[in-house]
Design a protein around this ligand. Structure first.
Ligand code: FAD
Length: 306
């Protein structure tokens, strides 16, 4: 068996694997796709100490760094079940089972998409999911935020300080965001909120976003909105479907962890976007990956499992 098996090969999983391997213990990584969400990212400007990089480039150096160590990396494999007997067992969809004394879950999350024409085509060309990452790219421009929950209204307030104007489109007739956020947003002159608005299309010029079309659900009429950026804020879904029933998850489906990355199951740790740690960012995922590996090491030196 492994001493530490990391499930997930994004920034959290890569950091966890490097920290574990540096302790000289048997370390494995199993991932569906090495690199995770970073593989889908174009420009990265907030990975501290690196002014600018691009997703695939950062993933290549992550992979190279992991390969510097004696880590068993298994890709194109999906975990589908976690069991704990004496050892922790991870069943893969391929039918194989991996066993380990400690496991670090770093399966990340995915942004909920609008599923409208143009969204995929213009992803990274105006369609964005992370205001902390991409907000500054729209300095002085007009943007839209899709979704009037906490993340949507927070994004609108954040972006309003950078861009010329923000239009929030909310599907229902009420905003779900906290009252203080709603109050703050309505006090800002360059934020407009439109309710009962269903985005039906992302419009572009072939190279980048030029606007969107939405349906006014009350009047059943279509309207065009000219914007350079569209921030989709309709939810971040943790990749924990396969863990339901096996461990404690928050009502959002996130794995609950403490500061060492410990979960409700002894020997099972978690890190990165899959957890309830706030602020889903590369540098934060890496930090929590490192912490969870050190937490797992502390667990192993106290445990009697051979
Ligand atoms: P992920 O990156 O999601 O990795 C999850 C890993 O788990 C993957 O290897 C995946 O294949 C694997 N996996 C999932 N389920 C299973 C399973 N059942 N079995 C096996 N493996 C599984 N952050 C920034 O800091 N700066 C940015 O500029 C930035 N831009 C972004 C742009 C986009 C378009 C997106 C989507 C995100 C962006 N982020 C950015 C956020 C950042 O990418 C995430 O916070 C970070 O990748 C989280 O790392 P993670 O390792 O926790 O999870």
């Amino acid at each position: 068996p492994y001493d530490v098996l990391v499930v997930g090969g994004g920034p959290a999983g890569a950091a966890a694997a490097i920290y574990a391997a540096r302790k000289g213990i048997r370390t494995g990584v199993v991932a569906e796709r090495f690199g995770g969400q970073v593989m889908d990212t174009v420009g990265i400007e907030n990975f501290i100490s690196v002014n600018y990089t691009e997703g695939p480039k950062l993933v290549a150096s992550l992979e190279q760094h992991v390969k510097e160590y004696d880590v068993d990396v298994v890709v194109n494999q999906r975990a589908q079940k976690l069991r704990k007997d004496k050892l922790i067992e991870i069943d893969l969809e391929s039918g194989a089972t991996l066993k380990s004394k400690a496991v670090i879950l770093a399966t990340g999350a995915r942004w909920r998409e609008m599923n409208v024409p143009g969204e995929q085509e213009y992803r990274g060309k105006g369609v964005a999911y992370c205001p902390h990452c991409d907000g500054p790219l729209f300095k002085g421009k007009r943007v839209a935020v899709i979704g009037g929950g906490n993340s949507g209204i927070e994004a609108a307030i954040d972006l309003a300080g950078i861009v010329e104007h923000v239009t929030v489109l909310e599907f229902s007739d009420t905003l779900r965001a906290d009252a203080v956020l709603q109050k703050k947003a309505s006090s800002m002159k360059n934020i407009t909120i439109i309710k009962m608005a269903q985005t039906t299309q992302v419009r572009g010029d072939g190279k980048k976003v030029i606007g969107l079309t939405y349906k006014d659900r009350e009047r059943n009429e279509l309207f065009d909105l000219d914007v350079a950026g569209i921030f989709v804020q309709i939810g971040l879904v943790p990749n924990t479907e396969w863990l339901k029933g096996d461990m404690e998850l928050t009502r959002f489906g996130e794995i609950e962890v403490n500061s060492q990355g410990e979960t409700s199951i002894p020997g099972v740790f978690a890190a990165g976007d899959v957890t309830n740690v706030p602020y889903k960012q590369i540098i934060i995922a890496m930090g929590s990956g490192a912490a969870s590996a050190l937490g797992a090491f502390d667990y192993l030196i106290r445990s009697s499992v051979e």
